[in-house]
Design a protein around this ligand. Sequence first.
Ligand SMILES: [Zn+2]
Length: 252
Amino acid sequence: MTPFLARFRKVLAAAGLATALAAASPVRGADVAIAWDPDLARPDDRAAYERTLRGMVQDARARVVAGLGMEPGPELTVKVHSRAGYERAFGADAAREDAARFVGEVVHVNGGARLDDRLAGLLVHELTHAALDAGGKARTLPRWLDEGLAERLSWQRRGQDGPTPGQAAELKQARERKELVPLPADRELDRSGYLRSWAAVVFLERRYGRDRVMATVRATLGGEPFEKALRRELSLSTGELDRDFAAWVGGL
Ligand SMILES: [Zn+2]
């Protein structure tokens, strides 16, 4: 129990709402609160479900903090919805298309009937966004960098550090079709967009190291235009970055 929640509970108890809170209360694990739809586990299995989910969230948080040197905000909650619950919250289209969404201080996960590898990777991805957005400034990052870092940490959790032969072939095909660059700065990403964004972060880290990549990220989140931060930290223009990334893909 953190001081914040302790205070919160006391205030609600004073207002006669303690019972309502007990039913809906997220449980804090490490510094991330978790909540989940009760229909995700049978009554007998709920304690085990909660324990496993809490462990996965704690692991994801630790990986993000170690990987970025940045922490999600203290009010972050991970809420796992059943498919039906997600549809109730966000509509049928979202339930069909979303894996998760990050709204305000809450990571909403669509479907958690199985606490498997896919869900663990998704948690790392979304908690990366939460850490990058802890100061409310993640939108100042180019889209490819925000998503690329989230994918990077998620894939590293599965032990994958660089493109497989299949992914290298896909990136090369994109390059030949002239669809590899420019890296997507503000559009919604399709599947290829996520792959290109992830590969661009792999490229930058291999060439410059994660510390310098993160120095660029921190400067941008701190209010400096991304182009200026990139120029100072990595001595690159965005055009040179696209060019060098494309050349790297060509050599994969
Ligand atoms: Zn994302």
